[in-house]
Design a protein around this ligand. Structure first.
Ligand code: NAD
Ligand code: WQD
Length: 336
């Protein structure tokens, strides 16, 4: 069964393509390469010995999407394509709403025009805004604290309405907590453009000597060691979650929402120490003021995914830091 993977050249999409292939699906990758390298294709081939179909295209291009749906006889879409930098979204909100929300509307229009009725969407724990309780379950009120987060809230709502309007449609929104790690081969991983926003890529670049020192944003939070606590989930577990969700629901209709996290939080200092052990180097860090908009702690209640999808994260923090380090030390500058 062919499936379209928008954003399939990116960090999470590329790893999910491998998991889909392994599960017997045939991913067709659709990506505009705005935040990824075409060299990902060679890495996918080196890992899987399979030549993935790749179409360079934008989700804004309804006509191109329609021709791909028809040419490849696609019944389902895994939709990763999105801009994702929180800070940038506050500076360029219209670009974010356009790319993410209008882009998704175009995608759904093309799907409707071609009779494609199933979508798995990359949502985010960002839709919970400031947590009112922990661990966060799917019933927690929805909100956002920045335009990027609002794009996820809006798209989830659009998918709900799309399913209400047509009883044959299926939409699964997967709310990821903090994706981390890399493929265990060391051939595929995350290579952010410019200065990394996220903690683990920043630590990895510090460990490899590209950055001098990690700024730890805040050491006066109400957490065990005063630094921020997050639920980091291995990218391979996340990829497996997509396969589990689609395999479970592919005969169903309606909209479904699942958290994908481990249920366990780690502080910034714990992550720095874990990475230091994996890389066997001392990682310089200094305490810096809190980052605007940050929360103290965030971790998932993923029991719904466990119960309904039979999915549970398997890989621990050591796997995440070992695998990130394998990738980072092999490709200090990413694939470019
Ligand atoms: P990424 O930037 O590595 O991948 C996104 C891919 O989409 C890139 O290859 C990019 O070129 C492509 N893309 C962007 N806009 C496009 C467009 N208009 N048309 C076609 N392709 C386009 O990001 P990622 O970390 O792999 O994230 C994948 C998805 O998961 C995104 O929707 C993101 O919002 C969501 N998500 C990510 C995280 C995270 O921390 N990485 C957490 C929660 C949710
Ligand atoms: C983790 C912890 C920081 C960098 C973001 C998005 C969220 C989702 C995942 C997409 C926090 C601290 C970080 C640094 C630090 N993305 N930190 N020094 O903020 O939980 O989530 O990515 O949907 O929407 O907001 O992840 O990795 O940026 O931060 O001390 O250089 O590390 O303060 O406590 P975050 P993160």
């Amino acid at each position: 069964m062919n499936v379209l993977v928008t954003g399939g050249m990116g960090y999470i999409g590329s790893h999910t393509c491998l998991a889909l292939l392994e599960a017997g699906f045939t991913p067709v990758i659709y990506d505009n390469l705005s935040n990824s390298s075409v060299k990902v294709l060679e890495q996918l081939k080196a890992i899987s010995n399979y030549d993935f179909n790749f179409i360079e295209g934008d989700i804004a291009d309804t006509a191109m999407l329609e021709s791909v749906f028809r040419d490849y006889n696609i019944p389902a879409v895994f939709h990763f394509a999105s801009l994702k930098a929180v800070g940038e979204s506050t500076e360029q909100p219209l670009r974010y709403y356009d790319n993410n929300v209008s882009g998704t509307l175009n995608l759904l229009t093309a799907m409707d025009n071609c009779g494609v009725k199933q979508i798995v969407f990359s949502s985010s724990a960002t839709v919970y805004g400031d947590p009112q309780y922990l661990p966060i379950d799917e019933q927690h009120p929805i909100s956002a604290t920045n335009p990027y987060g609002w794009t996820k809230v809006m798209i989830e709502q659009i998918l709900n309405d799309w399913c209400l309007a047509n009883k044959n449609n299926l939409a699964i929104s997967l709310r990821y907590f903090n994706p981390a790690g890399a493929h265990q081969s060391g051939l595929l991983g995350e290579s952010p453009n410019g200065i990394p926003n996220n903690l683990i890529p920043y630590i990895a670049q510090t460990a490899v000597g590209k950055r001098d020192c990690v700024n730890v944003f805040g050491n006066d939070y109400n957490t065990e060691d005063g630094t921020g606590v997050r639920d980091y989930i291995h990218i391979l577990d996340l990829a497996a979650g997509h396969v589990a969700a689609f395999s479970t629901h592919k005969e169903d209709n309606g909209s479904f929402v699942y958290n994908l996290g481990t249920g366990k939080g780690y502080s910034v200092l714990e992550i720095i120490n874990a990475f230091s052990s994996s890389a066997k180097v001392k990682i310089n860090y200094q305490f810096a003021p809190r980052r605007t908009g940050d929360i103290a702690s965030n971790y998932a209640d993923s029991s719904l995914a466990e119960k309904k999808l039979g999915w549970q994260a398997q890989l621990n923090i050591k796997s995440m830091t070992d695998d990130t380090w394998r990738w980072q030390s092999k490709y200090p500058n990413g694939l470019e």
